[in-house]
Design a protein around this ligand. Structure first.
Ligand code: F6P
Length: 659
């Protein structure tokens, strides 16, 4: 590990001589067998260093100073001048940040049309690694920007923060936890230590259990209570217990191997507590052939637990109480609550508090439902894909490190150029759920108001993410990104499509047609179409302002060789780590989510009042503690439903008994 660390420092030295991103030959991908052995225990020194990454340091900072040969020395030395406690320096107070702010003036005199003429620049900004082609040349950056961004990364101790994450340090300081989702896709021969324990055997114990169970269900050895094989799965969960698995499922459905493996099987998700979602998830499902997987890290999430109780009733109503043992299994870190719910702990698949919900798709959260649908072996390919990017992220020098470069582009766009949003635009229908998943990964992680030490951020963190697959997005919101606001775009293209259509008489295949748009859109955003050009095209004067394009709108183009289980794992890990890089630079905790709590507490108060109002037939009043607006709105709502199902509820499936 230490020599890997040195590798990063050597990259930094090179940077200082030559300027970042340029003149640095891409390091070859690290061959699997040739990787550095992972340490089994974090050294006391490592622990101390990484703790400092996450918390205000309190202990004397002398160790690395004394040992000038330590590879940790550079990191320690750069943090030594950081004030502690309430005086802790924000990254925005540093010379490196200010230099970038100053540099914006220079960038504002450039235009992408001209920057794209410089082939040397473009060459330096095109990176290829792990089979992923990544073109940053349509970012509003010059070689100098790259150099300044690398200096910022070094100032933020990025390399050391990455290492702290991989070393199982408690970088999620407000919850006093590691953020070690990388361990959920560790290879069996790896060793990753959290709190003194190598967790890789634990991870594989659960994966082996998933393999065994999914094989039994898929082969029909595990039968339902009436003796029928279980060919349907309903996965109940929300947020991180839903979006990642949905993304992967959507990505694989039409992939030929995955399609073959899932022949005759159905996987559905039930996330929203809206009874419409219940109705849709259960529609035409034969309970005799249905396995329900309740996925919840905490096993307390209100929506998930109500949906779980709803579906449990649905099963019992039709198959009797014994159905639960054969038709319901769980994924959770809270095995006590799983048992209390009535699911046999033998049928529970655990994970750990060091896996954040939104980072949990590679744990049993995603692996169980997806292995049931596609078979464990294919899903292992998905894990290996994610693992390949983990290795890349940990070992590659910063200037060739894809998640680092992508993260730095985001920081540049958000914090210096002032573009708060990002569009995720896969030119691949199979990736249609990437944007919703990354919305949670990115916005729940980096939408913070304070830094990791609890001090208000002097700048805004996070990006507003959204997106749709091309070409659908083109016929929807691209007007705004071409002529309205500047929204940096991620274009994601695929070389070999999962499906092939090429009609006789057409000049291109359907996939070529799709990809023609992928190539065209990035340039359409970058280049301008000025009034002179329009005039030369005989555009009437009154239309010229409407048809003018200012261009200079940044984008990133990413190309994957195919959309397979492996590359889906790669793209997932690429975005996860990009988000971490942004948080590490901004100096925030990307692994907690306190902002989601307040709404849950208020909803609980509303729920109690609603119950009283229903059962005691009374209206809500200001004395219930709500403001005028909410009180009035609730009464309007309750009045409109007085005829329905109340005061006594009764079980209805699906919700079809409303008058
Ligand atoms: O409310 C947000 C959240 O806590 C997410 O972070 C999480 O992914 C989701 O709820 C679901 O939580 P659980 O898996 O515990 O049900």
């Amino acid at each position: 590990m230490l020599s890997n660390f040195k590798q990063g420092l050597r990259g930094t030295e090179r940077l200082n001589q030559q300027g970042a991103f340029q003149g640095v030959p891409s390091a070859p991908a690290v061959p699997r067998g040739a990787q550095q052995p992972r340490t089994t225990q974090p050294s006391p020194r490592t622990t101390r260093v990484a703790t400092r990454v996450a918390r205000v340091p309190t202990e004397p900072r002398v160790d690395a100073e004394k040992d000038l040969t330590s590879p940790l020395h550079t990191f320690e030395a750069s943090t030594l001048d950081m004030p502690t406690g309430r005086d802790v320096e924000s990254i925005s107070d540093t010379e490196e940040w200010k230099a970038l702010q100053e540099h914006v003036k220079e960038i504002n005199t450039t235009h992408l049309r001209d920057l794209l003429r410089d082939e040397g620049r473009c060459m330096n900004l095109i990176k290829e690694s792990e089979g992923i082609y990544c073109d940053l040349s349509r970012q509003r950056i010059t070689n100098k920007t790259s150099e300044l961004l690398m200096k910022l990364a070094n100032k933020a101790n990025l390399k050391d923060k990455i290492e702290a994450m991989f070393s199982g340090e408690h970088i999620n300081s407000t919850e006093d936890r590691a953020a070690l989702h990388v361990a959920t896709r560790a290879r069996r021969d790896q060793s990753i230590v959290v709190d003194g324990r190598d967790v890789v055997p634990d991870v594989w114990e659960v994966l082996d259990k998933i393999k065994d169970f999914s094989n039994k269900v898929r082969s029909g050895e595990w039968k339902g209570v009436t003796g029928k094989p279980l060919k349907n799965v309903v996965a109940i969960g929300i947020g991180g217990s839903f979006l990642g698995p949905l993304f992967v499922h959507t990505a694989l459905r039409t992939e030929p191997i995955a399609a073959m493996e899932s022949e005759g099987r159905t996987l559905r998700f039930l996330a929203n507590v809206d009874p419409i979602d219940v109705a849709r998830a259960l529609k035409d499902m034969n309970p005799e052939e249905t396995l329900v997987v309740v996925v919840s890290k905490t096993f307390t999430t209100a929506e998930t637990m109500l949906n779980a109780r709803t579906v449990r009733k649905w099963l019992i109503a039709q198959l009797g109480p014994d159905a639960v043992a054969k038709h319901m299994v769980a994924v959770s870190t809270n095995l006590k609550l799983v048992k209390e719910f009535g699911i046999d702990p033998e049928n529970a698949f655990g994970f750990w508090d060091w896996v954040g919900g939104r980072y949990s798709v590679c744990s049993a959260v995603g692996m169980l439902p997806l292995a049931l649908e596609y078979g464990f072996d294919l899903m292992e390919e998905f894990l290996l894909g994610a693992n390949s990017i983990d290795d890349h992220f940990r070992l590659m020098p910063l200037e060739d490190n894809l998640p680092v470069l992508l993260g730095l582009m985001s920081v540049w766009n958000v914090s210096f150029l002032g573009y708060p949003a990002r569009a995720i635009l896969p030119y691949c229908q199979a990736l249609s759920k990437l944007a919703p998943h990354i919305q949670q990964v990115s916005m729940e992680s980096n939408g913070k108001g304070v830094d990791i030490n609890g001090h208000p951020l002097p700048f805004e963190s996070g990006e507003i993410d959204s997106g749709e697959p091309g070409t659908n997005g083109q016929h929807s919101f691209y007007q705004l990104i071409h002529q309205g606001r500047v929204v940096p775009c991620d274009f994601i293209g695929i070389v070999r499509s999962q499906q092939s259509v090429y009609l006789k008489g057409e000049i291109v295949s359907n996939h070529d047609e799709l990809m023609s748009n992928f190539f065209a859109q990035a340039d359409a955003l970058a280049y301008d179409k000025p009034p002179e050009q329009l005039r030369s095209e005989n555009v009437p004067d009154f239309l010229i302002p409407h048809k003018t394009f200012t261009g200079n709108r940044p984008s990133i183009s990413i190309m994957l060789p195919a959309c397979t289980a492996r590359t889906v794992g790669q793209i997932l890990a690429l975005y996860e780590h990009r988000v971490a890089v942004q948080g590490f630079i901004w100096g925030i905790n990307s692994f907690d989510q306190w902002g989601v709590e307040l709404g849950k507490v208020l909803a609980s108060k509303v729920r109690t009042t609603m119950h009283q109002s229903r059962t005691k037939s009374r209206t809500v009043s200001i004395t219930d503690g709500f403001n005028y607006s909410t009180t009035r709105m609730m009464n309007k709502y309750l009045e409109g439903k007085t005829q329905m199902l109340y005061p006594e509820g009764h079980d209805t499936f699906p919700v079809d008994s409303l008058p």
